[in-house]
Design a binder for this molecule. Structure first.
Ligand code: B12
Length: 210
């Protein structure tokens, strides 16, 4: 069983979706969904991303693997149903980016830990500042995978400060893995490496802000 992640990566690289699907289901037999996602899907997509960076993998392979993993993730973490009652003061967004998988997983983990979260989808800086103000957010989670989008978090935190909005910002995604200091440089209050970090971060930021 220990070579499951390796076999899953090989199946994705060969675009063998039937085999990848069977291996993922095998992983789910003795793992929680979040463990199966973190142990199989996340490292496989990271390896495929490196392959593209180094010229070993075609963009079409990255695309097909990404879309396929999106289907697997949607199967175990269906899109959220907005909770009734008081409107949550925590939201998650993809900033100027089209990599949505991380956001989907982080939202699911938060919901599973009893934290209600608004899903803002994809936004740019101006739209996001307006929504944060309108919803009087306490915590904003941002998922970005492109370096230019990560740098825009700096423009966002500056705009939030300029409007004196007390929201606390947490970031996650590949650029923050590649450069461990980037989250501080863009003015975020916290950074998470995995979706499993999100509930602890939200609770700590809510606590700090009160
Ligand atoms: C799949 C993929 C795609 C798919 C996306 C499909 C989709 N619907 O999401 C497609 C093919 C569309 C795509 C397109 C592109 N991609 Co792409 N892509 C990837 C790849 C291989 C995997 C990303 C992924 O889904 N990972 C799985 C998810 C679950 O992981 P994750 O998002 O990191 O989230 C985890 C953690 O980071 C954390 N997390 C994430 N967000 C947050 C937030 C908070 C608050 C917390 C606590 C935690 C947290 O929790 C998650 C679970 O643990 C990465 C490689 C990589 N190393 O990430 C490249 C990568 C991100 N892509 C890259 C590039 C360049 C592109 C393109 C420009 C390619 C091109 N030339 O067209 C386009 C641009 C699209 C755009 N404008 O946004 C580069 C970015 C480099 C850079 N420096 O900016 C990467 C890093 C590849 C590389 N090594 O060069 N891509």
């Amino acid at each position: 069983m220990s070579d499951l992640p390796q076999s899953f990566l090989a199946a994705l690289e060969e675009l063998d979706q039937l085999r990848a699907d069977a291996l993922f289901r095998l992983a789910l037999a003795d793992r929680a969904p979040i463990e199966a996602v973190e142990q199989l899907i996340v490292p496989a997509l990271e390896a495929i991303g490196r392959g593209w960076d180094e010229g070993r993998t075609a963009l079409s392979q990255v695309y097909v693997a990404g879309r396929f993993c999106e289907r697997l993730v949607s199967g175990v973490f269906p899109a959220g149903i907005e909770a009734g009652g008081e409107r949550p003061r925590t939201a998650i967004v993809v900033l100027n980016d089209y990599h949505f998988l991380g956001k989907r997983i982080v939202s699911a983990v938060l919901r599973a830990s009893g934290i209600a979260v608004l899903d803002y989808g994809r936004m740019d800086v101006d739209e996001l500042v307006s929504r944060v103000a309108a919803d009087r957010l306490e915590v904003l989670l941002i998922s970005v995978l492109m370096l230019p989008a990560a740098l825009q978090v700096g423009a966002l935190t500056a705009a939030l400060r300029a409007r004196d909005l007390p929201v606390r910002v947490a970031v996650g995604g590949a650029p923050f893995h590649f450069d461990a200091e980037l989250w501080r440089e863009v003015g975020a209050h916290a950074m998470g490496r995995t979706a499993g970090d999100a509930p602890g971060i939200v609770r700590a930021l809510l606590e700090e802000g009160r």
